[in-house]
Design a protein around this ligand. Sequence first.
Ligand code: RFL
Ligand code: PHB
Length: 390
Amino acid sequence: MRTQVAIIGAGPAGLLLARLLENAGIDVLVLERRAPDYVLGRIRAGVLEQGTVDLVEQAGVAARMRAEGLPHEGIELQFDGDPLRIDLRQRSGGKQVLVYGQTELTRDLMQARAEAGTASVYEAEDVTLADFDTAHPRVTYRHGGATHAVECDFIAGCDGFHGVARASVPARAIELFERVYPFGWLGVMADVPPVRDELIYAHHARGFALCSMRSRTRVRCYVQCPLDTDIADWSDARFWDELRSRLDPSVAEAMRTGPSIEKSVAPLRSFVAEPLRFGRLFLAGDAAHIVPPTGAKGLNLAASDVRYLAEALVGHYRDKSDAGLDGYSARALARIWKAERFSWWMTKLLHSFPEDGAFDRRVQRAEFDYLAGSAAAQTALAENYVGLPV
Ligand code: RFL
Ligand code: PHB
């Protein structure tokens, strides 16, 4: 079998890249380890930057997102009960974000490819990358009991943090930067109306809490939790009580609760691999970097990588120019590190760190007070939250 670009992973990064390349007449093959239902069952991000929305429009899969996505012009922060609204629109020169679930975006991308007759290979086992340091990369995989070999021009590693693409690179060729946080987020999804029209990010001595949403009838809420948290110990009632205890009493009282339809724990991590190109293998999305979810940047960074990589590959095939491919790693990393910084900063501002002493807690409070009193600080938060330029 032969294709132009073999894409490993059918998460949002892989599917969006496939769609953009196919729109430009480039032949792709998408290989995904899991089944479609498994991919759609993973509840993850919910906030799209304008740049991500624009890319989804460009990919021609924006109809449902446009109809059902909720535009948000601000977010609310709470620090030990003290509220601070950040007017994203006013502070960022008219920009906003769109609340639309990663699951829904993935579903739209899957459907668009199926309608175009360009289905992905799901449940592809033992995907193996070879010869990407030559002009003739190869990918092999097992599917339906048979082994398949694919010859291609390029491989795009869009297979997430635990994928095979980054792991195929010799250790001497790659540098890894990592910070693991000493806590995770316990998340619950439930079909009740959100307590407020905007997201609430709360710092509390008991730990961070976030009230987010997926629609006007569905909430997604999180509480900071220890890394060894077992969801079996967390009844719905215990989760809602804990969430309420970390919020301003007026919000806690007004909050509607209901049975969870999903509950999971995610560890928090900051991670970057450098570079993002190894001969004819390119990494994009979570395969290349992880951010803690506090700044809502994970999916958006995956989208900006994909934008740069799609432009570079189109440049190669259509314009016979490799400038984009040669510049991909540096261009993507420049944006990635700024999002890493912001996500780390927002995590530090809002969480309770077990190792922190009285001094650190005073500095954290001062950071919030500075933000509350400074238009410049609010502008800095807003321009990062809505997304730095691509
Ligand atoms: P994904 O979504 O992980 O997709 C990678 C795909 O590759 C497949 N795969 C393989 N396929 C073939 N062969 C192999 N050997 C393979 N190994 C893996 C996987 O099955 C999967 O389908 O990465 P992508 O496309 O780069 O997208 C990135 C986003 O998913 C990610 O940045 C965000 O979801 C991060 N993230 C969150 N971001 C936010 O902004 N807000 C959140 O609330 C939020 N919650 C989360 C998250 C990430 C989580 N992970 C990765 C543990 C919650 C969790 C639990
Ligand atoms: C979510 O809705 O899942 C969500 C929203 C904002 C974040 C993280 C997660 O910062």
